[in-house]
Design a protein around this ligand. Structure first.
Ligand SMILES: NC(=O)c1ccc[n+]([C@@H]2O[C@H](COP(=O)([O-])OP(=O)(O)OC[C@H]3O[C@@H](n4cnc5c(N)ncnc54)[C@H](O)[C@@H]3O)[C@@H](O)[C@H]2O)c1
Ligand SMILES: [Zn+2]
Length: 359
């Protein structure tokens, strides 16, 4: 097992990465203020992993409440959030009950937001079971739900006590979901870590095959990159926005196609190629850089061609994004592989050409 510390002062927490961590209650027990937890999961993950996590805790004298939600991004909303509150209130959960998120990013975001708001905040532990959740959503404390008018529009910053990233859970993950997580892994290389990018170029076949050592290292290095960014900018006033590479375009794709039709990571991969296309038009990336980016996404079984929505639709959808400052869309663009910048200083016509599907 490897452990990484996310350094956020008195909100610091460890991320443990390894195999078969679910069945080890010693990783959770020290954090419980009272021997009661509510494990929040969904109908897909529950039959696979709920008892693996719950039984050893029960055997250690912990009272476990199980909250099993419907599965899917479409349920990351206020109605489902209410189901968590209902279960907590029905079971008279108090301020020292710990909420445990067992699942992917949807469960992590929903449960984290429930933990941030139930009784104005209860302790929270993340047990991410998708690659995306292990390398991204479980680091940095963003929690929240979607609103019919926009994704992740309602939320809070709320840090967990500890994160258990159990690599063994990835064995049941559908291959599309694995690829979607790899999009975020590749993102860290692109925005700030060229050595990691090059390591990924060499190791993609082993990652696709879920090689334990290679996957552990990729998760560790991804979390380390994200943790470093979050440590200097917890509330996204500056550097943290770099983590949104491909996301302004990607959110437009997700939104236009309907939540869940394109997976988040798939949309991020195609969105990153749009950012690459615009960066090349600005003279900041070479054609060779763009090909290298396309090659690594393809090697990870990710899409590199965005859907043809037309420039107007893209602009409209991107205008709703949180990254708009004073009416101007700020974008994360590339100034070479391993160096992203957040900028509004790009040519509007170049953006239009990119959005018109000429990548
Ligand atoms: N909080 C953040 O910082 C942050 C960052 C990135 C993404 N997100 C959010 O994360 C969400 C996407 O997360 P995701 O990609 O994990 O999607 P997800 O939570 O929908 O999980 C994907 C699918 O895999 C299933 N699943 C989960 N673990 C499994 C396992 N081990 N075996 C088999 N099936 C499994 C899930 O039930 C679901 O059907 C989005 O809502 C996005 O907004 C949040
Ligand atoms: Zn993302």
């Amino acid at each position: 097992m490897q452990t990484l510390n996310v350094a956020l002062g008195d909100r610091s927490y460890p991320i443990h990465i390894g195999r078969n961590l679910l069945g080890n209650p010693q990783l959770i027990l020290p954090y419980l203020k009272r021997k009661q937890v509510a494990i929040v999961t969904n109908t897909t993950v529950a039959p696979l992993y709920l008892q693996k996590l719950a039984q050893p805790l029960r055997d250690s004298g912990v009272s476990v409440i199980e909250v099993i939600l419907p599965d899917g991004e479409a349920y990351k909303n206020s109605e489902t959030l209410n189901l968590i509150y209902d279960a907590l209130l029905q079971n008279r959960c108090e301020r020292n009950t710990t909420l445990v998120a067992l699942g992917g990013g949807v469960i992590g975001d929903l449960t984290g937001y429930a933990a941030a708001t139930y009784l104005r905040g209860v302790p929270f532990i993340q047990v991410p079971t998708t690659l995306l959740a292990q390398v991204d959503s479980s680091v940095g404390g963003k929690t929240g739900i979607n609103h019919p008018l926009g994704k992740n529009m309602i939320g809070a910053f709320y840090q967990p006590q500890v994160v258990l990233a159990d690599i063994a859970t990835l064995e049941t993950l559908p291959s599309r979901e694995l690829a979607a997580g790899l999009a975020e892994v590749i993102k860290y290389g692109l925005i700030r870590d060229i050595d990691f990018f090059e390591w990924l170029e060499s190791n993609m076949p082993l990652l696709n095959a879920l090689n334990t050592d290679v996957m552990s290292y990729a998760i560790y290095r991804s979390c380390q990159n994200k943790a470093e960014v979050v440590a200097v900018d917890e509330r996204e006033s500056g550097e943290r926005a770099l983590l949104n590479l491909g996301h302004t375009f990607g959110h437009a794709i997700e939104n236009a196609m309907g939540y869940g039709v394109w997976l988040h990571g798939e949309a991020v991969a195609a969105g990153t190629m749009m950012a690459a296309d615009l960066s090349r038009r600005m003279g900041w990336l070479t054609v060779g850089d763009v090909s290298r980016m396309a090659a690594i996404f393809k090697a990870a079984n990710l899409p590199v061609t965005p859907p043809d929505l037309g420039a107007e639709k893209y602009l409209d959808l991107m205008g709703l994004d949180k990254k708009v400052v004073d009416g101007k869309i700020r974008l994360v663009l590339q100034q070479g592989i391993g160096k992203s910048v957040v900028t509004g200083d790009y040519d509007a016509e170049a953006l239009n050409a990119t959005l018109s599907m000429s990548c």
